[in-house]
Design a protein around this ligand. Sequence first.
Ligand SMILES: [Zn+2]
Length: 313
Amino acid sequence: MSNYVGRLAPSPTGAQHVGNARTFLVAWLHARSSGGRLLLRVEDLDTPRTKEWAGDQAIEDLRWLGLDWDDVATLQSRRETRYREILDELKSRGLVYPCSCTRSEVEASASAPHESQIDGTVYARTCAPRLSNDADALDAMGIRYAWRFRMPEVTPAWSDELQGDQWLDAHNLLGDFVVARSYGPTAYQLAVVVDDHDQSITHVVRGDDLIYSTYRQHAIYQALGWALPKMLHVPLVVGPDGKRLAKRHGDSRLSLMRQRRLGPELLLGELAYSLGLLKSIRSVTSNELLSIVGSSDSWLREIPRKPWIYNPQ
Ligand SMILES: [Zn+2]
């Protein structure tokens, strides 16, 4: 029995589209071809962007694609107590500090010009001299704040199973990042680490728009003495203009294909072709793809390392 544990982790901030389907397919094929377990986690913390309907719809989309999992869905919104427990540990060890800067203050004091930012604003560490218990005074004054994680000065390298060795100066290029707020739920960066650890996830398969987030999460793993799972960042799907697939490119929602009473076979064929699993596009089921993949990891080498251009019809 394999010790592989993977996860399917839709974010219900909107409808799932072809790009999500491609990443879910890789996650499913990798787990199943490894004889592993696959868990379903709905990452529904991103209020107010999380939509009530979108979690159930994502589950229906996955079933329609013919992808299965081995547990009942975990909802991040039910795990707040656990996240706060870990946040308390980070506070007590001085690894986070309360930042009361507003969004516009963060932007205005950004330590790098906008053009040189690689993954969002680099926070200027204005509040970094604060200690954890300075939060009490902010609470007493009714001031809202975010808990920022102190990005260590030395960034460890890590290796992506698809994209090879990774390193950048995360201290200066990504900076201190938000893990929670004094109002609202825990932030994604902390919740995902706690979940992956608690669920003994060994392999994380996700879109490569999150590749920089891995540096942030790696820093949290190291602080907690936990091991980074194996990471596989699948290149994104883009529209014909080379930009990330979006509504303006046309409708690529999976729910629309279901409404039109289409089966998933042709889409799976297109996705498999784009992943180097088929020589030409044809209708195929998820289980046929599993037998094509076989039990070795060699198919991963066929996945193109550049974005896949998709033209919604
Ligand atoms: Zn601040």
